[in-house]
Design a protein around this ligand. Structure first.
Ligand code: ATP
Length: 481
């Protein structure tokens, strides 16, 4: 099955997949045992589809897959207890690093977002939007999803993040002693979520029963509004205030949301008063988050505030090397240097580039060298087989998503239309010389900030979803055929 996965889903294979064991196949259910409970949660939530597909292809049967962790369970005879069974972790809240806008450029959108945020909050208090409008179900879910890749070991240290890394390690070693709250801030893709997850992974390794509530601020806000509408205040409060550690990602999402800030303020005070650890991340320092109340700013500054900045050239090479190694990919030093020179923004883009490179090598069935890397990165010096035009990109993308060009140029914002439109903008930005305004103009007169936002959104998805990355690669290649 591993071979099947590698062949069909090469980019999603991680080295730690080799820790997995086929536990049993009974009555159409294939159980796969994971090394840790964290892996179980991650695989069950993020990788079920390719595994199910692989199981069905390999066996030729309609099989369901489930990931399990803990001592083997059998009916007869009674199982021998394992020497040192690892208790299964059942923490409380799902952690989904949700897409968002957050670079300096995108801050231009802040004013629009602020108004929208206030409107959404007001509407919710007035009994307005549905859970879908609030960004999806606001259930208080109970599965902590941490990526097993996001450990301290996998985090590359550099002058840009040394302080933040050291503080996170201190918190992981002894929560709620020295740095409380810990506030990490910096631009997109610089490793804030990675650091937050690394804290959780280290604590859970030593103390599996430690109750961590880790949630994106968007989710906190949506859950809060949903609970307000449904009169489930008590459940909401209990859920957050019973945590041993509260980790909130992207806390700048509180900007301009008065009532969510008020609720967060009380949650903060309650937990801090009980000497529970609080860890926060944001795209800006507390005093730079627009519309944040003074009392929250002062609470956030109470412990320690640490920035993460853009990686230096040497750090970029080290990040590329680490990401390649994680995928079991041998990348020559000259290629790493070339890529580190081409990409000077953030680690997410570096990771996305490694994914793209891997997909190119897989499709071309050849080893990675400078020539392949140049192609993968759309180097203008590489002669491609045809000129890329916006019209050609739109044709290819419309065909892939089965949508019409007129729909992409319409005002429709439904995901089925918005995503292909964003993909067109992403490919156009990468493979043509058109300006942001030119590209936006083609899609119903959208402005340059919309194009920038689209490019960032697709960049983020490419880095996080390798199957999607391979699809983008295919569409990009088809656009220049
Ligand atoms: N120093 C680093 N070493 C290794 N990987 C890194 C580093 N910094 C970031 N990454 C990787 O880059 C990707 C993006 O990082 P992460 O999601 O933590 O960024 P972020 O700062 O939270 O971004 P955003 O603000 O957009 O949510 C992740 O896969 C992460 O593992």
């Amino acid at each position: 099955m591993n071979e099947y996965l590698w062949d069909k889903h090469a980019p999603i294979c991680r080295q730690w997949f080799s820790d997995l064991h086929l536990h049993r196949l009974e009555q159409g259910l294939l159980e796969i045992r994971t090394g840790t409970a964290i892996q179980r949660n991650y695989l069950q939530n993020r990788c079920l589809e390719p595994f199910t597909e692989a199981a069905q292809q390999t066996t030729g049967q309609l099989i369901a897959v489930r990931f399990v962790h803990g001592p083997p369970r059998t009916i007869e005879p009674e199982p021998e207890p394992e020497p040192t069974p690892q208790p299964a972790v059942e923490p409380a809240v799902v952690s989904l690093p949700l897409p968002r806008t957050s670079t300096d450029d995108v801050r231009k959108l802040a004013a629009e977002r602020s108004a929208a945020a206030r409107e959404a909050e007001e509407a919710a208090f007035a009994g307005g939007p549905t859970p879908e409008q609030l960004g999806g179900g606001a259930e208080l879910d109970d599965g902590l999803i941490l990526s097993p890749d996001h450990t301290f070991d996998q985090f590359v240290a550099g002058p840009n993040n040394e302080l933040a890394l050291a503080l996170c390690q201190s918190v992981a070693e002894a929560p709620a002693t020295a740095y409380n709250p810990l506030f990490i801030h910096g631009g997109v893709g610089l490793g804030k979520t990675h650091l937050l997850q690394a804290i959780c992974l280290q604590i859970l390794e030593a103390r599996p029963a430690f109750k961590i509530v880790f949630v994106s601020c968007e989710k906190f806000t949506n859950q809060f509004l949903e609970c307000v509408r449904n009169g489930r205040w008590a459940q909401f409060r209990l859920h957050y205030r019973e945590a041993d550690m509260l980790v909130i990602d992207d806390v700048h999402f509180l900007a301009e949301k008065e009532r969510s800030q008020e609720e967060f303020f009380h949650t903060f005070n309650e937990l801090h008063g009980q000497k529970k650890q609080i860890v926060l991340s944001s795209d800006a320092a507390p005093s730079e988050i627009p519309g944040l109340t003074d009392r929250l700013i002062s609470r956030f500054n109470w412990g320690v505030v640490a920035p993460v900045g853009a990686p230096s050239y040497e750090t970029r090479i080290a990040i590329l090397e680490a990401k390649a190694e994680l995928r079991g990919l041998g990348v020559p030093r000259t290629v790493l240097e070339y890529m580190a020179r081409r990409i000077d923004t953030n680690a997410r883009e570096l990771e996305g580039a490694i994914t793209t490179l891997q997909a190119h090598a897989h499709v071309a069935k050849r080893p990675i060298d400078l020539e392949l890397a140049r192609r993968a990165m759309g180097d203008p010096n590489v002669v491609t087989s045809g000129r890329v035009t916006l019209g050609r990109i739109v044709d290819v993308v419309c065909k892939f998503y089965s949508v019409k060009q007129s729909e992409l140029q319409s005002k429709r914002r439904h995901k089925s239309i918005a995503e292909p439109r964003q993909v067109c903008m992403f490919i156009a930005r990468q493979r043509t010389d058109l300006s942001l305004e030119d590209i936006g103009g083609h899609f119903g007169g959208r402005d340059h900030t919309t194009v920038m936002h689209s490019v960032q959104k697709i960049t983020k998805k490419v880095a996080e979803d390798e199957v999607f990355a391979a699809q983008i690669l295919k569409m990009t290649e088809d656009s220049q055929a």
